[in-house]
Design a protein around this ligand. Sequence first.
Ligand SMILES: [Zn+2]
Length: 544
Amino acid sequence: MIGVSASVAGTRPRLLKGRRGFSFALGAGIAAALLGAGPVHGGLPDLSPIDAVRLRQHVEVLADDAFQGREAGGPADRKTTNYIAKALANAGIEPGWRGKWLQPAPFIRRSAVEWRLSGQASGEAIEISPEALVLIGEGKVERIANAPVVFIGHGIVDPASGRDDIGSADLKGAVVLRFAEPPPEYAAGNRPVPDLRLRRALYRSRGAVADIAINDSEDAEFIRLQRGYRLGLMRLGETGPGIGVTGHVKAAAAAPVLAAAGLDLKTMRTQAAMPDFRAATIPLRITAHVETGIRRFRSANVVGRLEGRGRPDEAVIVTAHWDGYGVCLPAGSPDRICNGAIDNASGIAGMIELARALKAGPAPRRSVLFVATTAEEHGLLGAEYYASHPAVPLRATVGGVNLDTIALRGRGAKLGVIGRGLTTLDPIIRDVARAQGRELLDDSSVQQYFRRSDHFALVKRGVPMVMLTGIFSREREKDDAIDRYFERDYHQPGDELEAVPSFDGAAEDVEAALAVVRWMANADVPPRWLPNSPYQRGGGPSAP
Ligand SMILES: [Zn+2]
């Protein structure tokens, strides 16, 4: 799952707190019946057992230090994809990408090396300390000389809400300055924040030379952000160039520079929050020098296929990302490797064992694709690549399940459905959970992950998908294992085999995923989006 990634979200992830009692305006079962999707089957679905010991064995291998944290394009890239291909082959699965296991994809990785920035206001130049900044360039060396600055508030242009922070402002040759956090109505989670990549493409098309965000993060979080920029920001090699310079400045360091220009940060904040805010040039100029390391390389998705007997040209897709954060701490740290045992060796292990169980049973009617993706942690890039180069056309990909971060709990955990309330899969999943003697997790805060893992790359192109995991099932209000995971181990060296108390819950999650995949592969009427979903096939009015 993606966490703090300035290249993608530009905002900090919200921890899983509170808002319970998620309720549906329209009962999912009723909605399915209205749509003609139910009743889907008589009785409860069959469940095949998944072996927790096998899951653990895969994680033990993939999260070993020998895999160096499975960085996409890193030292163990090939070793990881080879392991997955072999394991799928052992499970009886065939290669799924043009007769091969690997679907290679081109990437560009930029790493922040050095940055300097100063602001000029009322004849005075103020240098901002590099510690309070992080900047990255599109080219190896980028220079900005005395450029005008346009304050764009939160920089949101969103036809769905009517909000337009930019208006007719002239961005030509300008540095755009904005708050990293979205405006309050978006921060509350009531509206999806428009994609930062698309926003930046807009700033660039209007002539902006730099995009600098005023960042409210605490020191430790800002250091993590800088670490991420130094480690590198990735994008697909087929994506066009971005803005010349992008980055963040700490609010405390921006304030005195703005004050020299006669501006008050607090007032700017209040103004930016207004729905009718409009961008304006401010009496400040910026000079900057940015050096960036640029590397082009290939990584690969692993694609396996189990041929359907009946409708082989239609497919159900199972996704899980294999990449992790690699060697993620600087030299001298006691443990430098972010092994990614839970996130997401556990999901890969689940995919392999799901494939084995599916192959061992009666052949499904539709084909089932197993796609182990690369570079999820860098913005779902492998999944994006797959979605634009699919092994089966997306219009014939009837639906799917994503496995990301499934190991932590024992058996009986409440099943979290990321993507709940949007598709006709809800009553199916409810039946599966019931057959397992589990409850569904009623916590709408987990829906924040709907845009933060691989299924979303397919969802936004109209493929109905859910992510299933029991790890968000809380046993206590505070200091739960999930809180400890996010605070201590998530995307840190602590996410290793020893951090997983049990694989039983993961096995149960894979059993649920398997039953849902089986249903999708065999159902007469494949899953559909409910009318309230913005992700209809062919793109609804608000589809991204
Ligand atoms: Zn992650």
